[in-house]
Write a protein that binds this ligand. Structure first.
Ligand code: PLP
Length: 379
């Protein structure tokens, strides 16, 4: 079955009792047991719940995994994955990662005895050099955020596995419609479902997807023990979002590529970061590990100072000034003070996130309207 057919049919069978083509939303927190053995498929909704299970089944099928776990947010999913570590273990991670992930790793886990080594993972020689016997997890994000760096997933998997570590990939920006990291050797895929999976700026959610059954069991144990699960209504919205994921992401990618090309030729723009541009340093790898497009996110720098960048993000009319990505509405923001404001300023500048960098999350509006909106703001 092709991707978009799986997105509509796997895990989303019609309701046998009524014939309803959309499975009902099961809101129950507890399930009546046929006997006292606790072996029924559902007993208590933190452990498993039918509407969540439907979304998890669809997502696992789309990511070519065997199991998906749905969480209350992307950060809850990321946090759960890091619970496989113990004090004394180390994470090797990228420098171009979501600000909240940076904060979790450097400001929370680091205080609890887990060492963090941040390297530019777009050069996998840096990853190899950072490995050691204490590294249990390599955490990458590709495309990275907000610099849109591309990391070679297959090469990182080889490096991680050779050192006895797991590779986790935050594939929020790519989505399973464009990249399936498990196919490239990753052990854990993480998605902020808040973004393209939900797709409409109206929910918070996250997910982990794995191929290895034992790892899935371990992560499910941790999820049940810590409790940050996705609720039934969000699970329903995510299942609905997945049905149109491929169509939306392909349309956004087409518009994003055209906008990136247009921005590149704009006299006020100094640099454009978008992996679909042939001049992007990771373009060849992106062509290998992304299919159907290069995603909806891009960033650019003005030939001007921070004040000029601030004026641009504050003057668009269709691009809304807001963090997030992957929705119907196009968004614009300044990562230094918004999406990546949780970095220490010095660390942020050191990894190349300039104060005046502008990030665009392209939505589903017409290319012409978005171009005119940006042209007016840049004028
Ligand atoms: C790439 C990426 N990963 C993870 C997250 C965290 O997800 P959530 O906001 O759903 O907790 C975000 C949120 O912006 C993100 O952009």
């Amino acid at each position: 079955m092709q991707f978009r057919t799986r997105a509509i049919h796997v895990g989303q069978e019609h309701d046998r009792a009524t014939g309803a083509i959309v499975p009902p939303i099961h809101v129950a927190s507890t399930f009546v047991q046929p006997d006292a053995s606790m072996t029924a498929p559902y007993d208590y909704a933190r452990t498993a719940s039918p509407t969540r299970a439907g979304f998890e089944a669809t997502l696992a099928a789309l990511d070519n995994g065997t199991r998906a776990l749905a969480f209350a947010s992307g950060m809850a999913a990321t946090h759960c994955a890091t619970q496989i570590l113990r004090p004394g273990d180390r994470i090797v991670t990228g420098t171009d990662i979501y600000g909240g992930t940076w904060r979790l790793f450097n400001k929370l886990l680091a205080d609890r005895g887990i060492a963090i080594t941040s390297v530019d993972t777009s050069d996998t020689a840096n990853v190899a050099a950072a490995m050691g016997p204490d590294v249990r997890l390599v955490w990458i994000e590709s495309p990275g955020n907000p610099l849109l760096s591309i990391t070679d997933i297959a090469a990182c998997a080889e490096i991680a596995h050779a050192a006895g570590a797991l590779l986790a990939c935050d594939a929020t920006i790519a989505t399973p419609a464009l990249t399936r990291p498990l196919d490239h050797g990753a052990d854990i895929v993480m998605h902020s479902a808040t973004k393209s999976i939900g797709g409409h700026s109206d929910l918070l959610g996250g997910a982990l997807v794995v191929r290895d059954a034992d790892l899935g069991t371990r992560l499910h144990w941790l999820q049940n023990a810590t409790g940050g699960v996705m609720g039934p209504f969000e699970s329903f919205l995510c299942s609905r979002g997945l049905k149109t994921l491929e169509l939306r992401v392909h349309a956004q990618s087409d518009t994003a590529l055209r906008l990136a090309g247009w921005l590149l030729g704009h006299p006020r723009v100094k640099a454009v970061r978008y992996p679909g541009l042939p001049g992007h340093a990771g373009h060849a790898i992106a062509c290998r590990q992304m299919e159907g497009g290069f995603g909806s996110l891009m960033s650019f720098e003005l030939d001007g100072d921070v004040t000029a960048a601030r004026r641009v993000v504050e003057s668009t009319r269709i691009f809304q000034l807001a963090v997030s990505l992957g929705a119907a509405e196009s968004l614009i923001e300044l990562p230094a003070v918004m999406s990546h404001g949780s970095y220490e300023p010095a660390a942020r500048r050191a990894v190349g996130i300039a104060d005046g960098l502008i990030r665009l999350a392209v939505g589903l509006e017409a290319f012409e309207d978005l171009r005119e909106d940006l042209a007016a703001a840049l004028a």
